[in-house]
Write a protein that binds this ligand. Sequence first.
Ligand code: FAD
Length: 382
Amino acid sequence: MAEPDFYLSEEQRELQRALREFVGKEIAPIAAACDAEERYPLEIFSKLGGLGYLGLRFPEDVGGSGGTCLDYAILCEELAFGSAGIALGIYVHMALACAALEAFGTETMKETWLPPALRGEKIGAWAFAEAGAGSDAGSIATRAVADGDDFVLNGSKLFITNGPIADFLIVVASTEPEQRLKGLSLFLVERDRPGFKVAGSLSKLGVRASEMAELVFEDCRVPRENLIGRENRGFLDSLRTLTLGRIASAAFATGVARAAFEATLDYAGKRKQFGQPIGSFQAVRFGIADMAVQIEASRLLCHRAAIAADQGLPHGREANMAKLFATEACTKIVERALHFHGAAGFMSESPIQRFYRDCKVFELGEGSSELQRDMIAREIGL
Ligand SMILES: Cc1cc2nc3c(=O)[nH]c(=O)nc-3n(C[C@H](O)[C@H](O)[C@H](O)COP(=O)(O)OP(=O)(O)OC[C@H]3O[C@@H](n4cnc5c(N)ncnc54)[C@H](O)[C@@H]3O)c2cc1C
């Protein structure tokens, strides 16, 4: 039988092997404690940065390590296998904050922020959502008003991952309110900028190792040089370019699903009822077989989107399909995993209950399932 990922290159297999070792040594042992304490292990940034993993897909002249989108998908799956919460903090930093700087930032921004960020010495956040603006980005109310050589920001952001720990933020603000989506710009805001404050940390159901905050901007003055990309078009440009987020979501979901699957496979072989392992009962065997198929389908869709991106082919539809399928499959797989663990999976010390709390967020972030279906329907001609 061929290895399921026989199409990976030798280098990609080596990357996968090295990441599995890293996650087994550095992430898996602390995942439960970070979840329980709602604490991000900051040292993971510098450890991943020191090994060049944070620089994956970034060019070498800004401190990156090069590599492909497929390499990045492998990284995301392995990190999420160890801890979805820890993976989320890394994702926001790499795929949103650093990627926006790299794609649209000025040379000065790139030189100042990217090398330390890719070494894991500076942490980034992506501040888009607000109390009144989630799926509907056009209703963003945070205002950035031009004043001489500056912009003055006023408003607040909600649900911002890395908010409590970030050194720099990419803030989406309205520069032309009546234009809604076509009036949104991106700004770099440094943590110590007067008028910016972290209003308070937020507690969550899942991905609890990642830290989240509400952010407030009160007459926060940023120089025009902090505008990222085109005025009024920065956010729309980033939507078109930053498709990595959906590929990453699919990979995260595959990682969490695989963790739940491997635990269930092991448990079904060990747990005996009626004098035999529960894995010998057809209902359980079929359930676990379905999990295996769904995980491989998720990974294939995800890798297809990543390979299309690497080949410079259009891949928006592929990324949307991968994200939709893998995230919904993950929720189903984790639910079955909990079911087959019985009461043992329901206990606080079981990793299964953590996967159960973690998985749902992938269906909500980076475009909820409804928005994904809407985009796919449009992309297939409806
Ligand atoms: C763990 C976590 C981390 C996050 N991190 C960040 C972050 O770092 N930065 C950031 O900016 N934001 C972050 N967010 C917020 C995220 O961006 C929003 O959750 C997302 O944009 C969805 O918005 P909402 O939650 O307000 O849901 P809403 O947009 O209010 O949607 C609620 C429900 O309505 C449905 N719905 C909405 N519009 C439609 C439609 N047109 N058709 C059909 N159904 C629709 C949705 O599918 C959903 O089921 C995070 C959220 C979570 C949970």
